[in-house]
Design a protein around this ligand. Structure first.
Ligand code: AMP
Length: 218
């Protein structure tokens, strides 16, 4: 049976970094709704044009739009999937479950990467990302500097700050996150799928813990 796994966590908790590392070790397709939406914005598609203002100010894009994008991708793909940044609301989680049962797809792990709030802001405001959407490598100006300033180690494209990583948008994203995350977490905590991982450690340590979980399942 095909499965989808979910990485939960605040902005800056390391979901993107951990997802990229995990999919190199396990055969999973990485689906980041943030990446899908950023691509729609840069290509100026109809959805991208609608989502642009919400994303720039750190607000969530509406549930129907995001669910529509995700379900279309799930129908196109045949692999097991790792979601990063989805679901973000209880409504998204419930719609996802209905969709999965209708398609005979199972829910796998829901991994919650827990990081204290003051650590998150420091991570996000110094984050740099590769400007090439196909690469999307993530760097940090203090803890994970690129070998050459402003240049991606992997594909040599220029690095940039994400528009929503400035302190104002970060605070708005955090406010949004805490109001929507509580019911989402409560929804998963009572299920056999939920696993919490201490995200206030080095990327290597967090990766090892997540990998252990996925090896349990192998
Ligand atoms: P991320 O890269 O996951 O931090 O997402 C960047 C931005 O994309 C968020 O601040 C939202 O505006 C939007 N976004 C990403 N995923 C979702 C989602 N599941 N639901 C609503 N908005 C989302």
């Amino acid at each position: 049976m095909r499965h989808v796994h979910i990485l939960l966590g605040a902005p800056g908790s390391g979901k993107g970094t951990q997802a990229k590392r995990l999919v190199q070790k396990r055969s999973l397709l990485h689906l980041s709704t943030g990446d899908i939406l950023r691509e729609a914005v840069s290509k100026e598609t109809e959805i991208g044009l609608r989502a642009k203002a919400d994303m720039a100010s750190g607000k969530l894009v509406d549930d129907d739009t995001v669910n529509g994008l995700v379900f279309a991708r799930l129908q196109d793909e045949t692999e097991n999937v790792l979601f990063d940044g989805y679901p973000r609301t209880l409504q998204q989680a419930e719609s996802l479950e209905t969709f999965l049962s209708s398609q005979g797809i199972g829910l796998g792990y829901v991994v919650d990467i827990e990081v204290p709030e003051p650590v998150l802001e420091a991570r996000v405001v110094d984050r740099m990302v590769c400007s090439n959407n196909k690469c999307g490598a993530i760097f940090h100006m203090v803890t994970h500097r690129p070998h050459q300033d402003g240049v991606c180690d992997i594909c040599l494209s220029p690095l940039k700050h994400r528009a929503d990583d400035c302190p104002e948008a970060f605070r708005s994203r955090m406010a949004e996150f805490y109001s929507t995350f509580k019911p989402l977490k409560a929804h998963y905590q009572g299920t056999p799928f939920y696993r919490s991982v201490d995200g206030n450690r080095s990327p290597d340590e967090i990766h090892a813990s997540i990998l252990d979980l996925f090896q349990e399942q192998a």
